[in-house]
Design a binder for this molecule. Structure first.
Ligand code: ASP
Length: 340
């Protein structure tokens, strides 16, 4: 086809329109530290420690957003804080596999470019989210697993630690309990184990209107060798595009079967649902409809956010432009979301 000058003119004006900076938006960061937390399971000190850690993660992510850095930086910064904190099932404090090991998974996705990075089944990476980011930024791949991922970490000078670094007594006791329940043939042993979530995740909107999402986890207590859940699988536990970002937490097998994170964003795109309505449909209806449970955080490019969950609690929080962190753990705790 011959391009007429009118078409060429049109193209030129289109590209100059694209070059005009996107209107500044109000930055926002939303995080979770896992669904499945039960009221009886936390003492007052543990509860306070978790709240303090959530606030620290929110502040760290906010620093990045306030400095005008991209959403991806805020997501990475917040998740790194939670991975380092033993209260959560990610990095130090990760749950144990059936064989008594810690096998870590993480992923992140940039909504503006739809670039993504993920790692699964790593044993020595102090901050798996940093390795996922390296996969995205410094390899032609999206996902690397096990030994290969750890070799790539060494090449990229990502910090590696002795596997004992991840161990906490609390998680070890949880595994022992799960093993006892299993040995006793308890009918719902899997369900019981599944309650110990604690995965961490973040979604952010930056001042340029860009979105990003990330998730990091030790998976589920008593998982079998090689089991990979939803968290590092793009579209299942983690998703971001130009209009929507989601990080999930819950019984990963069900999130995988529903492509839950992508499903929430697809409902927003195609059905015009709000983050709250799309999140509610997938997390409170579809996931339990198949027999699973959990939660998610959802953020749209126009700054609406939601934190649906169907368990007794979900560690969660958000921070806006004023830099004041808001956190909650259980159902019924008022946590007014921005523009819900
Ligand atoms: N979704 C994670 C998994 O199945 C567990 C969690 O969210 O705590 O691996």
């Amino acid at each position: 086809m011959k391009l007429t000058s009118a078409v060429l003119l049109g193209l030129a004006s289109l590209s100059s329109a694209a070059a005009v900076a996107a209107p500044a938006t109000s930055p926002l960061l939303v995080i979770h530290g896992g669904a499945g937390v039960e009221r009886g399971s936390l003492g007052p000190e543990e509860m306070q420690a978790a709240r303090t850690a959530l606030e620290a993660a929110l502040r760290k992510g906010h620093e990045a957003l306030a400095a005008g850095r991209p959403a991806m930086d805020a997501v990475t910064a917040a998740i790194t804080v939670l991975e380092d904190d033993p209260a959560f099932n990610a990095g130090r404090g990760a749950v144990f596999t059936h064989d008594g090991r810690n096998e870590l998974d993480a992923a992140l996705m940039d909504g503006t470019t739809q670039r993504a990075g993920a790692v699964a089944g790593v044993h020595t990476i102090r901050n798996p989210i940093l390795l996922a980011r390296a996969v995205m930024e410094h390899s032609p791949h999206v996902m690397m697993v096990g030994q290969g991922a750890e070799m790539f970490a060494a090449e990229q000078q990502i910090e590696q630690v002795d596997p004992s670094y991840f161990r906490t007594e609390k998680r070890w006791r949880q595994l022992q309990r799960a093993l006892r329940e299993e040995a006793a043939g308890q009918a719902h042993a899997d369900l019981e184990t599944a309650r110990h979530f604690g995965t961490v995740g973040a979604v952010a909107l930056d001042a340029q209107g860009g979105l990003a999402a990330g998730t990091s986890t030790g998976g589920m207590t008593n998982k079998r060798y090689g089991r990979v859940g939803d968290s590092p699988v793009i579209g299942a536990g983690t998703w971001a595009d130009a209009r929507c970002a989601v990080s999930g937490t819950g019984w990963g097998e069900f999130y995988l079967r529903l492509a839950a994170a992508h499903e929430i964003c697809a409902r927003m795109h195609y059905l015009g649902e709000s983050p709250a309505a799309a999140g509610e449909e997938v997390i409170v209806r579809q996931v339990p409809g198949l027999g699973g449970d959990g939660g998610a955080i959802v953020l749209s490019a126009d700054g609406r956010a939601a934190m649906p969950f169907n368990t007794e609690g979900m560690y969660r929080g958000w921070i806006g432009v004023d830099g004041v962190p808001h956190v909650a753990i259980f159902t019924g705790e008022a946590l007014q979301m921005p523009n819900e």
